[in-house]
Design a protein around this ligand. Structure first.
Ligand code: ATP
Length: 236
């Protein structure tokens, strides 16, 4: 579904991505891990079109993600941002239904937003709260509801457990896995958290020194030599 071939990106003299090859199949949940500063966010930005690669191809459904294909791709993806990234001035339901409101009535969008909030364990009373009234865990859930509001085919999760205590982190991981399984969406998660990898991922890719040092099934990662040093601990 998404295939990346020979992706290169430098900032001045600093080469961050130096020939990244990566693939994620339809309905697969891929986790990208790597130490801090290895370029995971740059990779994500290249996929989303927020950074222009210097070289390489990003293919979606077999076609290059160029300026013709990108709008359809952007209509088909949802994203959970690291800090939830809710709009402070909008109530929760409008955050969740932000994209829906472009093509349906406010009342209909609100109904769907309340449905999605319920899916992530937030009651209807949350709908009219302002983001500042939410706890960190609730904000993350609201961000997750927004990510799935438009029934995306592809969902990106950027460090979904950052800032959460272990219990809340486990709950978010469980929610993400459940949602990915029931929607059949393709998922790409960027994370430092190996518990997330085990809970969310079907496959895992290690980004190291500008390229993918290993990609394989989560079930095989315990035996993968390049992952020694990452397993059983946080990669920060
Ligand atoms: N716009 C930019 N201009 C210059 N350098 C950049 C830019 N964006 C990223 N970098 C550099 O690219 C490198 C990789 O950054 P990136 O944020 O992708 O790392 P990361 O793997 O996501 O790290 P972390 O896990 O800490 O979030 C860093 O050295 C960063 O300073």
């Amino acid at each position: 579904m998404i295939r990346i071939e020979g992706l290169r990106k430098s900032f001045g003299a600093r080469t961050v991505l130096d020939g990244v090859d990566l693939h994620v199949g339809q309905g697969e949940s891929l986790c990208v891990i790597g130490q801090s500063g290895t370029g995971k966010s740059v990779l994500l930005k290249c996929i989303l079109g927020l950074e222009a690669p210097d070289e390489g191809l990003i293919l979606w459904q077999g076609r290059p993600l160029d300026r013709h294909a990108r709008p359809r791709f952007l209509d088909s993806f949802g994203m959970l941002f690291q800090g939830a990234a809710l709009f402070d001035s909008l109530p929760v339901w409008q955050n969740v239904g932000f994209r829906l409101r472009q093509r349906m009535s406010g009342q209909k969008a609100r109904g769907i937003a309340i449905e999605k909030l319920a899916r992530v364990g937030l009651g209807p009373e949350t709908a009219d709260m302002m983001p500042a009234q939410l706890s960190g865990g609730m904000a993350k859930r609201a961000g997750l509801a927004r990510a799935i509001a438009d029934d995306p085919q592809v969902i990106f999760f950027d460090e979904p457990t950052t800032g959460l205590d272990p219990i809340r982190a486990r709950r978010i991981n469980g929610l993400i896995r459940g949602i990915v399984e029931e929607t059949g969406a393709t998922a790409v998660t960027i994370t430092h958290d190996m518990d997330s990898v085990r809970a969310i991922g079907d496959s895992v890719a290690l980004l190291q020194d500008g390229s993918i040092a290993w990609q394989g099934a989560v079930a095989d990662m315990d035996d993968a030599a390049p992952l020694t040093g990452f397993l059983g601990k946080d990669t920060t």
